[in-house]
Design a protein around this ligand. Sequence first.
Ligand code: DC
Length: 225
Amino acid sequence: MNSDSSFAIPVVTIDGPGGAGKGTLAAAIAEARSWHLLDSGALYRIIAVVALRQGFPLRDAASLAALCSELQIVFGAGSVTVNGDDLTDAIRTEDAGSAASVVAALPPVREAILTLQQEFRRAPGLVADGRDMGTVVFPDAPVKIFLDASAEARAERRYNQLKNKGLGVSLRALLEQIQERDARDRERAVAPLRPAEDALIIDSTEMSIDAVVAMVMEQIVRKTG
Ligand code: DC
């Protein structure tokens, strides 16, 4: 949706590497403002999971882009169904994240879901979480955040989350997976992970999520009232 009226609808973009706390931050801001939420990473995860289930090679750009137009995606409260299948848990695994990063490097796939992402911009406002929200998808957003944290801190947070769920994982394997995904997301030719020129960069390595939320809320009030 690129009509003039959509430009009046405020968007807060939250970009940054995996595990920096973008999802938690985005959900807190959306709830506090009663704004819509776009988890763009979930879209890439969905494409990757459906492609794997249907047996498409993850680098078959043309088939994957065609697949995008056949997906009926319904986000519910904490759930997602795709063409009637509940994929809520399937898209949240580490493997789904890595596969998402592979399909996300394909320009036809990014192009195929650009408009879909922009259609999430609806009144009274949108919080959009991803890698290229401020640079490519919503370049005119009045508030842009780039949320970073060291790879070690992100691996440790993920490790604790998985441990709390009773899942045994190796911290070192998680760190390696995070570093590999970072490199792929940062070095790809199209829409690489990088802060927009007008983004506020927040390093959350030593910050609590509450402190990050407070800082972003202050920025939103300053920029959008
Ligand atoms: O945020 P996430 O971990 O759910 O994202 C999964 C992958 O999707 C991430 O490694 C790169 C890709 N992605 C992207 O390329 N652009 C986005 N806007 C969001 C995610």
